[in-house]
Design a protein around this ligand. Structure first.
Ligand code: ARG
Length: 459
């Protein structure tokens, strides 16, 4: 195939070279950003007197036409083009003539692709953020309905202390809120460093205005070293790390949903539309959505390793290796968005089985810490109270009864401090409601968390 870049070489390449060199199948997604970058470039060149205003006008009009036609479907992206940058420039010149050939003055595909992908990262960081806000909204609403629903809280997967289902859900809300803050961070850093105007690697002999071109594209500043700017993909690593962490959170929640939906737990019920059947076992109702999100986490982690490995050992400045940056990035973005969308619905529709949660919480001497706390309030030092409570638990285990069903005279065998008020104190609801410390599981504390999250997503 003959190439726009036929210069030193004849520009004819073997088919296999075309195949390995081509990135159009992947970078076609960047056409809007590529055209936005080119429009800004034309305007900057006109302002600086590198091209005339008329020439810039023709370039901008031509580029806008191409964007509209690709979007409407009137112009198909040629799958045999080398990449999206070449495709747009080729169509532009075919449409507006020789003026089209001026567009690539004071520019290189190296800074162009760095710009396009950065614009993509900036926009997508924002759309992932918006989806997480929606997920937080749903989590907060679900939590608000469940501030009084008691379930066993676990450590080591063993019954530990009673918590509310609202508190459990808000734990995930806090994870996703950190995800938002990480995405914001990454986005701010990207906006501060526009690569365009770095050209191939060393800058340009033309009198360009990089700050102006950057500001037209919404950047707040420019990357300060041209060699770094064309080869920098740190923001890919950052964004893909942020996405991997989001998936880690989604995967943790997936795991719990899968467990909660088992007959062993029976804590939640997923409506039929959100489960699938088996081709052989007629009774099956599988939580595939959560399983798939848990599974896709592996791919998103893999994408992060992929970009890190591509960048490792890469000398300055641009090397074709970096063309491999886009596939993992696009895949991570698309996967994460799909999974968050799925979770927005799953969290909303899952039905809570209050009775099973409560029945389960009654097992496992989950109020033993409260027994000790009771004795402390009555004047016993905590370590002694811990000891006495441990003995009472072991006595109850032998007797096969829960703590709150032990007769008062038997309690008194362990300590005179124990009175009739022990029964109210050991009630699971009391145990849950009394944990009113900041961040604790009491309904009041959970409501504060909900308000905190809601205030964050309003911003
Ligand atoms: N398709 C290329 C990429 O994605 C664009 C930059 C090509 N630069 C070059 N000097 N061949 O990285």
């Amino acid at each position: 195939m003959d190439k726009l870049w036929a210069g030193r070489t004849a520009g004819t390449t073997a088919n296999l070279v075309d195949e390995i060199n081509s990135s159009i199948a992947v970078d076609r997604r960047l056409y809007k950003r590529d055209i936005a970058g080119s429009i800004a470039h034309a305007k900057m060149m006109a302002k600086q007197g590198i091209i005339t205003q008329q020439e810039a006008g023709a370039l901008v009009e031509g580029l806008e036409g191409i964007e509209a036609d690709i979007t409407s479907g009137a112009l198909a992206i040629d799958p045999t083009a080398e990449d999206i940058h070449m495709f747009v420039e080729t169509v532009l010149t075919a449409r507006i003539g020789d003026t089209g050939k001026m567009l690539h003055t004071a520019r290189s595909r190296n800074d162009q692709v760095a710009l396009d992908t950065k614009l993509y990262c900036i926009e997508e960081a924002e759309s992932v953020r918006d989806l997480i806000c929606e997920l937080l909204r749903v989590l907060a609403d679900k939590a608000e309905k469940n501030t009084g629903v008691i379930m066993p809280g676990y450590t080591h997967m063993q019954h530990a202390q009673p918590v509310s289902f609202g508190q459990h859900l808000m734990a995930y809300a806090m994870m996703f809120e950190r995800d938002i803050s990480r995405l914001d961070d990454c986005r701010t850093r990207m906006l501060e460093r526009s690569p365009i105007g770095s050209c191939a690697l060393a800058g340009t002999t033309f009198d360009i205005d990089r700050e102006y071109e950057a500001s037209l594209l919404g950047f707040t500043g420019i990357a300060m070293n041209s060699m770094d700017a064309v080869s920098d993909r740190d923001h890919f690593v950052e964004l893909m790390s942020d996405l991997a962490i989001i998936m880690m959170h989604i995967s943790r929640l997936s795991e719990e949903i899968i467990m909660w939906a088992t007959s062993e737990f029976g804590f939640i019920h997923l409506p039929d539309e959100y489960t699938t059947g088996s081709s052989i076992m007629p009774q099956k109702k599988n939580p595939d959505v959560a399983e798939l999100c848990r599974g896709k986490t592996g791919r998103v982690y893999g994408n992060l390793m992929s970009i890190l490995t591509t960048l490792k050992g890469m000398p300055l400045a641009y090397n074709k290796d970096i063309q491999e940056d886009k596939e993992p990035l696009f895949d991570s973005i698309e996967t994460v968005k799909l999974c968050i969308e799925a979770f927005i619905e799953i969290v909303d529709v899952m039905e809570v089985n209050e009775v099973s949660m409560y029945e389960s919480a009654k097992k496992g001497y989950i109020n033993a810490t409260d027994m000790a706390d009771y004795l402390v309030v009555k004047g016993m030092p905590f370590r002694d109270a811990y000891n006495v409570s441990g003995k009472i638990v072991s006595y109850c285990v032998g007797r096969g009864c829960p703590l709150e069903e032990l007769p008062l005279e038997e309690f008194k065998m362990f300590s005179d401090l124990i009175e009739d008020d022990i029964y109210h104190r050991l009630d699971l609801r009391t145990c849950m409601e009394k944990r009113n410390s900041a961040g604790g599981t009491s309904p009041e504390s959970v409501m504060k968390q909900i308000e905190y999250i809601r205030s964050k997503i309003e911003k």
